[in-house]
Design a protein around this ligand. Structure first.
Ligand code: NAD
Length: 325
């Protein structure tokens, strides 16, 4: 039984990880979360109070971070500003949270010799051409496109430097696009689902040919726990389910699963610098850590996700107004 500190544990991925840890281990969890517009206490509802505690605070504040890291056996760092569109209009918070926040946690982990796992994204590698057969590997060069992905790249490099320079017992994982319950409505899949549930047409950026490599959030959480249990210190692991789909394909699937004609969507102006294709090669985590995804079928995972949003408007409806603004 261990004490885990999970930063950003009231967000989409962090709350899935907390639920996964509670269901599959006897560890206790302290969540450190600022509860920004993206954080939601309700995402942790129903978890046992004797095993999960929420501390509302900022990862850039050393006075908050240091005692929590000292008390923990492991830190799993999910907290981040995570939305590409917002990073284009207001990049400063991305530098503060993603870079200075990671630095603050790394310094506390160094002081206390705490095992550290850093959660990152495949977007640090930039994009691939739509017709390029290549996939990213752990050795691919960093080439981020947006303020979001460049701050995540910066945070990854800080972790690598703390491993190399200070022998910090740390690992890094870079995951592809996640889908599943409890994702903020600003993101692609919940945005389309909740628009349809509100009687609005889905909207796709540009031509919609952009390709993303999708993974169910619960598979990501299982992969992170597997790295904590069986990963090698100092290593980076790419996490993906090898399920590439264009945005158009995803919209058409959502429409058909929701009983609507697959053409009932609109195109809107593209995002500046919109990445074309992400694809990653997860062979290292499969062979060296022994993890593989359980949600093999995107269609059934997506159908369950749609049902979750249909059943839980009280979770997502209050966030719509802020998002549209
Ligand atoms: P999210 O926006 O849903 O959650 C982020 C959480 O961090 C929120 O609860 C928010 O309140 C909290 N937070 C933000 N700033 C904070 C601060 N200064 N101090 C403390 N807490 C703060 O994001 P997500 O989609 O769950 O992503 C979590 C992590 O996973 C991020 O590091 C992201 O880069 C990474 N990631 C996400 C995906 C994806 O598909 N969503 C894929 C790969 C990697």
């Amino acid at each position: 039984m261990m004490d885990l500190l999970v930063t950003g544990g009231a967000g989409f991925l962090g709350s899935s990880f907390v639920r996964h840890v509670i269901a599959h281990t006897d560890h206790r969890v302290t969540v450190l979360d600022k509860l920004t517009y993206a954080g939601n206490r309700a995402s942790l509802a129903g978890l046992p109070e004797n095993r999960v505690r929420l501390v509302v605070g900022d990862v850039i504040d050393p006075d908050v971070v240091d005692p929590l890291v000292e008390a923990a056996d492991m830190v799993i760092h999910y907290a981040a500003e995570s939305h590409n569109d917002r990073s284009l209009s207001a990049p400063r918070a991305f530098v503060d949270t993603n870079i200075v926040g990671t630095l603050t946690l790394l310094e506390a982990a160094r002081r206390h010799g705490t095992r550290f796992h850093h959660i990152s994204t495949d977007e640090v590698f930039g994009d691939l051409a739509l017709d390029d057969p290549a996939r990213f590997t752990e050795g691919s060069p960093y080439n981020p496109s947006s303020p979001y992905s460049s701050t995540k790249a910066g945070s990854d490099l800080l972790v690598r430097a703390w491993i190399r320079s200070f022998d910090l017992p740390a690992t890094v994982s870079n995951c592809s696009n996640n889908y599943g319950p409890y994702q903020h409505v600003e993101k692609f899949i919940p945005r389309q689902i909740t628009r349809i549930l509100r009687g609005l047409r889905p909207q796709v950026y540009g031509s919609g040919e952009n390709i993303r490599d999708w993974i169910h959030v619960d598979d990501h959480s299982a992969a992170v726990l597997a790295i904590l249990e069986r990963g090698s210190i100092g290593e980076t692991y790419l996490i993906g389910a090898e399920d590439e789909r264009s945005n158009l394909e995803v919209i058409e699937l959502i429409l058909s699963l929701m009983g609507l004609p697959s053409t009932a969507y609109d195109h809107v102006a593209d995002r500046p610098g919109h990445d074309r294709r992400y694809a990653l090669d997860p062979r290292k985590i499969r062979t060296e850590v022994g993890w593989s995804p359980q949600h093999e079928h995107f269609t059934s995972g997506l159908a369950q996700t749609i049902e979750w949003y249909r059943a839980n408007p009280s979770w997502w409806a209050p966030t719509i107004a802020g998002d549209e603004a």
